[in-house]
Design a binder for this molecule. Structure first.
Ligand code: GAP
Length: 458
């Protein structure tokens, strides 16, 4: 893996990714017709399909390929005491300073990255007129009220991480899942943080989705499981096509650790804005179960029948973001090249991540080709997600599919009408082979299961 210090230059700018996402309907700024609401995004058709595939691959790695992890879907609204016990009410804060002159608010520990509201643009505090307040702690949790009365008794919070829903269900799962440590509970769901500094497209938003797994282990096994999950999670990204040189593992320094963590390493990716966190893998020790046991009065421990003793398991937590993973997969897959004098843009996504696996295209909209192509389309889509498209020139239709990352293009042409064969075009090599239309769905399903290597490595 490359080291963060040896910074390689990102290959693609964020603007190009944003433009492609808009052009092809992956992601739109939210509430756009009202001028937008900062750093909030809506996912369109291909965005939803790509997101679902990212989440599907995570579930596959957690549940499909293992039998020591079970799934959970806990509520976004939880008892406010959850956040008291977890330490979020007290410690989930950012230090903020206000500028009394320009009335803007900045993260005290990120002033060198912030822009003052005045022109020419400088950092806060650099103009003679700047009047910055002392730093104050600002809680990042979104507050709301449950029920019709808005008073302190009705205060509730939108969860800032999915993890706590897992800890408070530890006892339920232990009872019903018939598991013993080491075992894990996995969950995907929305989390909310009133981030002060947002930006970089979907990298940091106030509403986002997390994929978190809490792995409960005997205390003396925690370090080895921490290492196991760091290796496993790095492999997940490379198996799905992210080039290893664009990933690095960085251990947190003591001043960076979250209030619950005794050791955390981040998987960082070389995003267009530089090396940034993609996923955190923390050793949370017994912090959370102990806190919730004390606050709730429930015993949250495992009774080991072999030793005859009960103990509080330690927790290893790989915590990933769906949106960040999706951005990293798109950035790594984005490519442009010159083909026969024309520029083509494409997403060289792993076929399992591609929103659409195959596009069925009649060469022209006449001579029975659309009808024949629809027949093939029906057969193919019974096996893999597919699209039918007969609008516009064949070149334009291919360009559209390249930009959404469709790995295989199937063209029905004059020869199909004679001998039942079609052309099968490969997104990455542009090679075309002539294959029978019959059985094509099966053939593509088999291709989807084959090992895959990022074409940019060749
Ligand atoms: N339960 C531990 C936890 O929440 P975290 O490092 O704060 O740890 C885990 O978050 C992952 O969630 C991050 O690595 C990132 O991928 C994603 N994430 C966190 N805050 C985010 C935000 N504001 N916008 C988008 N993704 C975010």
């Amino acid at each position: 893996m490359a080291k963060a210090a040896e910074t390689t230059v990102p290959e693609v700018g964020l603007d190009e990714i944003v433009a492609l996402c808009k052009r092809r309907g992956f992601i739109f700024p939210s509430s756009e017709i009202y001028g937008g609401i900062g750093s909030t995004y809506d996912y369109g058709h291909y965005g939803v399909l790509l997101r679902n595939n990212v989440k599907g691959e995570w579930w596959r790695a957690m549940i499909g390929e293992r039998d020591d992890i079970v799934a959970l879907d806990s509520a976004i609204l939880q008892h406010p005491r959850v956040w008291e016990a977890s330490g979020h009410l007290e410690g989930f804060t950012d230090p903020l300073v206000d500028c009394r002159t320009c009335k803007l608010r900045f993260r005290a520990n990120k002033l060198e990255d912030a822009q003052c509201g005045r022109k020419p643009s400088k950092h806060p505090g650099e103009f003679a007129e700047c009047e910055l307040t002392d730093a104050r702690e600002f809680n990042l949790m979104f507050e709301t009220h449950v029920g019709p009365v808005k008073d302190t008794a009705s205060v509730a919070y939108l969860r800032p991480e999915t993890a706590q829903g897992i800890f408070i269900n530890f006892k339920n799962v232990l009872q019903f899942a018939r598991k013993k440590p080491p075992f894990g509970i996995a969950q995907i769901g929305k989390s909310f943080r009133n981030e002060i500094t947002t930006g970089n497209f979907i990298f940091r938003t106030r509403e986002f989705e997390q994929m978190e797994m809490e792995y409960f282990v005997p205390p003396d096994e925690a370090p080895q499981w921490h290492q196991f999950w760091m290796d496993a999670r790095l492999r997940w990204y490379t198996d799905l096509g992210i080039r290893a040189d664009n990933l690095t593992l960085r251990a947190h320094g003591p001043d960076e650790l979250s209030h619950y963590s005794s050791a955390t390493s981040d998987i960082e990716y070389l995003f267009p804005m530089g090396w940034s966190e993609l996923e955190g893998i923390a050793n949370r020790g017994d912090f959370d179960l102990t806190q919730h046991a004390q606050a709730s009065g429930e015993k949250l421990e495992y009774f080991d029948p072999e030793s005859g003793e009960a103990y509080v398991p330690h927790v290893i937590e790989p915590a990933a973001g769906v949106d960040r993973a999706m951005l990293a997969f798109m950035v790594d897959a984005y490519d442009t090249e010159e083909v026969e004098g024309r520029r083509r843009t494409l997403l060289r996504l792993h076929p399992r991540l591609a929103p659409v696996k195959a596009a069925v295209l009649p060469l022209v909209s006449k001579d029975g080709m659309p009808e024949r192509a629809r027949e093939t389309y029906r057969e193919v889509r019974a096996h893999v997600p597919a699209e039918y498209d007969e609008g516009g020139s064949i070149g334009k239709r291919y360009r559209r599919q390249d930009e959404i990352g469709t790995p295989w293009g199937i063209t029905v042409d004059g020869q199909t009408m004679e001998d039942g064969t079609v052309t099968l075009r490969d997104r990455d090599t542009l090679e075309q082979e002539r294959v029978p239309a019959e059985g094509l769905g099966d053939r593509l399903a088999a291709k989807l299961a084959e090992p895959w290597r990022p074409p940019k490595l060749d």
